[in-house]
Design a protein around this ligand. Structure first.
Ligand SMILES: *[C@@H]1O[C@H](CO)[C@@H](O)[C@H](O)[C@H]1NC(C)=O
Length: 303
């Protein structure tokens, strides 16, 4: 264990310097890193910025797309219930590494107050809120956290996934925040094909740093309920903070933003808070909180 602890210390130092956050779960692409051998991996966590679609799609930029989950490893989605997954800066501080001995309530294995905020006070002697950088959550506090989402494509081969068949089915407002993050699963989610489905996790922070995108692949399967309905064809979301009638109703694609190619949303100017618009998994782009079904404006299923 000694060498593991030293390895972790190195991993955390790297994390503090440049890493961000992503989901670590059974079924994920890039478990144990792009080389398949790193219990302190932060490979799925590296932000995606101004990349060609071939590079950001399933995190090809560092080879995560070539590291599928082991046969039989799935994230299971129980229709009508919820799942809790871990969001972390490094696999070393999740339950997937070292028997979970380095986990804490937070994504970096450290401890913070529940109402964690950071102020510029040390610099300016004021109470102006600053951005939390450890862990690198790209937010000033929980209420400003932009939101994260899970999406699903009803295909088993990742090569068959496209932005046009990847449907957002659950959003968690005010995340990422603590390590354990809960997503509600729509009761109507149908069963997957025999080989399972391909899911994806996404996050676009609201400022507090570069306009990054996070996009990660997860093999998933659904335990269906008795009222399954096929998912509809998703449309690209649009910015609708100032006019909710402009929001895309019905199934929505994930948000693909600030890349060199493959974007599906463009924004310009300032939001209602006077900050540069930053599309996210929240009401500003028409995403309701929780499972996206039977909620006006966010029905994701046809039929
Ligand atoms: C969270 O941060 C925002 C932006 O700085 C600030 O307006 C808000 O008052 C903060 N909320 C809390 C509860 O600290």
């Amino acid at each position: 264990m000694r060498s593991a602890a030293i390895g972790l210390a190195v991993g955390l130092w790297v994390t503090a310097a440049n890493a961000h956050l992503a989901v670590f779960t059974k079924g994920m692409w890039c478990l144990n890193g792009a080389d398949g051998n790193n219990l302190n991996s932060d490979d799925p966590v590296t932000p995606l910025y101004e990349l060609d679609q071939s590079q950001w799609w399933f995190h090809a930029i560092n080879g995560c797309n070539n590291r599928p989950p082991a046969d039989g490893d799935f994230l299971t989605l129980p229709a009508g219930e919820s799942i809790t997954v871990e969001i972390a800066a490094n696999q070393g501080v999740t339950s997937l590494s070292f028997d979970g001995q380095y986990v804490s309530d937070w994504p970096d294995g450290q401890s913070y107050p529940d109402n964690y905020v950071r102020f510029f006070a040390a610099i300016f002697d004021t109470n102006v809120p600053s951005c939390i950088t450890s862990p690198n959550m790209h937010t000033q506090n929980q209420s400003m956290a932009a939101g994260t989402a899970l999406a699903i494509a009803y295909v088993s081969d990742v090569a068959d996934v496209t932005p046009e068949n990847l449907v957002v089915f659950s959003v968690a407002y005010n995340t990422p925040w603590k390590r354990e993050t809960t997503y509600d699963i729509p009761a109507e989610l149908p069963a997957c094909p025999d080989g399972g489905c391909i899911c994806a996790w996404g996050w676009i922070p609201n400022a507090c740093g570069e306009a990054n995108m996070y996009f990660e692949g997860i093999r998933c399967q659904v335990t269906p309920g008795s009222n399954s309905k096929p998912v509809g064809t998703p449309k690209p979301p649009v910015w609708c903070e100032d006019d909710s009638s402009a929001c895309v109703t019905g199934p929505k694609q994930m948000l693909f933003w600030h890349q060199a190619s493959g974007n599906n949303i463009e924004v310009s100017g300032l939001d209602l808070a006077g900050e540069f618009k930053s599309p996210g998994y929240n009401a500003k782009c028409g995403f309701a909180n929780g499972k996206l079904y039977h909620s006006l404006g966010t029905v994701i299923f046809s039929g």
